[in-house]
Design a protein. Structure first.
Length: 138
């Protein structure tokens, strides 16, 4: 990160007194908005700790034991031979913290599908009727 000196941001003698006053006002407003981003980073820490927790690892392991082999992404059908598979929260933990350990809120996705789904999308791919690639259509 490059830290600009006040001379670089506001070259002396270029700004009028009015401009300096409105800049000061803007700065005060931006400082007042800080708490929101501070909360976001507190939440990020909470989620990070959760994914490292024994409780999450136990829930993840219990879920993986119930999955048919070979493990497959429930969205695109990729197997672990072709993609990294992850246990996804159908409803993101930042949307519903109470369901973070619930088996019914978990599905297997590959990295690509998981990143594309992101936390705003709550699609439950387990209920998809579409045959997986390579699977015989009945
Ligand atoms: Zn996938």
């Amino acid at each position: 990160m490059t830290v600009l000196s006040s001379d670089e941001i506001e070259p002396k003698g270029v700004l009028s007194a009015d401009a300096v006053r409105s800049l000061e006002h803007l700065r005060r407003e931006m400082r007042a908005r800080k708490p929101a981003s501070k909360n976001a980073s507190v939440d990020a820490g909470k989620f990070k700790r959760f994914y490292r927790s024994r409780a999450w690892r136990a829930a993840r392991y219990a879920f993986l034991k119930t999955q048919p082999r070979p493990l497959r992404c429930k969205c695109c059908g990729a197997t672990a031979a072709h993609a990294r598979l992850v246990v996804d929260h159908i409803v993101a933990i930042k949307k519903d913290w109470g369901r973070r350990l619930g088996q019914a809120n978990l599905q297997l996705l590959c990295d690509d599908c998981n990143l594309a789904k992101a936390s705003d999308d709550s699609t439950d791919w387990r209920t998809s009727d579409a045959p997986l690639p390579g699977e015989p259509t009945a």
